[in-house]
Design a protein. Structure first.
Length: 299
């Protein structure tokens, strides 16, 4: 089919190759005449980390959430995904990850802690962003953008929004002031049931338990700093939208216009030798189910 997503082939002897990291799971490379580097991530055996990353980027486009551009890719017969860098270093920008931001604005925040980090809570994230963006209009705009990422996470079931999977783009302006904004969303491979065996996905389709599966996953953001587990992405978006409706309303309005056909159009473009029919059916059902839940939220 001509409308299938293209697959980027990265040659091992290509002049565009910046560095190969051997057995490591990813490396940066140059793609054609693009001035921005791309990051290739190997897909781990038995997972759909490539198609989940691609589909997530397309869902982000659908609801106009700023996110990294992603393509399916191959390197030396190994499959993976390729993500275009959004850090405009030639313009002086750097990426400041969430852990650095929180450590600078939340007392006692431990940057070195990765798992079970309950201080990585929605309240602390909002507190840090509020301190960074002093201007009320700028602060509101950035919190609205962040809310879009939570809606995206809810749709795709992204369970990996830890404190290094979001951040700020920042540069020093000629005036000496810092110019900064929430960076585009990135790293969405841990979503859409990408690591589940086909037999498990088929069973959930037959049992009509896809939504239950979507509500089972735990994410990297906590509702409260004293919680024992990270919040389910769908639950987090629902509760945050009720608490801060003015930040979520623009995204929920876009979600209201989506239906199964929109998700089918995205998922069906993944080549069949990358994603089987059961995985596609599950993925569409997953997106349709989470979308239906978000539509229940008041505007």
């Amino acid at each position: 089919m001509s409308d299938l997503y293209p697959v980027i082939t990265i040659r091992s002897d290509s002049k565009e190759l910046i560095e190969q990291l051997g057995s490591k799971p990813k490396f940066w490379f140059r793609f054609e005449d693009d001035t921005q580097p791309w990051l290739f991530k190997y897909t781990r055996e038995g997972t759909g980390e490539d198609w989940s990353e691609k589909i997530a980027s397309e869902v982000a486009k659908l609801i106009e959430v700023p996110a990294a551009t992603v393509e399916l890719a191959e390197f030396m017969d190994k499959r993976g995904s390729a993500s275009r860098s959004f850090v405009r270093r030639k313009e002086g920008y750097d990426l400041v990850h969430g852990d650095e931001l929180l450590a600078g604005h939340v007392i006692g925040y431990q940057r070195e802690k990765v798992f079970g980090h309950s201080d990585h809570s929605i309240e602390n994230i909002i507190e840090a962003i509020t301190k960074v963006f002093r201007d009320p209009d700028a602060r509101s705009a950035q919190l609205c953008r962040l809310s879009g990422y939570l809606v995206l996470d809810a749709l795709i079931g992204n369970t990996d929004r830890h404190h290094q999977n979001w951040g700020l783009l920042r540069r020093a302006a000629e005036t000496g002031h810092l110019e900064q904004e929430i960076a585009p969303s990135f790293d969405h491979a841990s979503s859409l049931g990408r690591n589940e065996p086909t037999s498990s996905l088929e069973r959930r389709l037959l049992e009509n338990s896809v939504l239950a599966y979507a509500r089972k996953g735990r994410g990297g953001i906590y509702l409260h700093a004293d919680d024992k587990k990270g919040a389910n992405p769908l639950d987090l978006a629902e509760q945050a939208a009720r608490r801060w409706p003015h930040f979520f309303t623009p995204w929920l309005q876009r979600v209201r216009h989506l239906d199964e056909a929109d998700f089918l159009a995205i998922v069906s473009r993944v080549p069949s030798d990358w994603m089987n029919e059961i995985q596609k059916r599950f993925c569409v059902r997953f997106l349709t189910s989470t979308c239906s839940e978000l539509k229940k939220l008041p505007l």
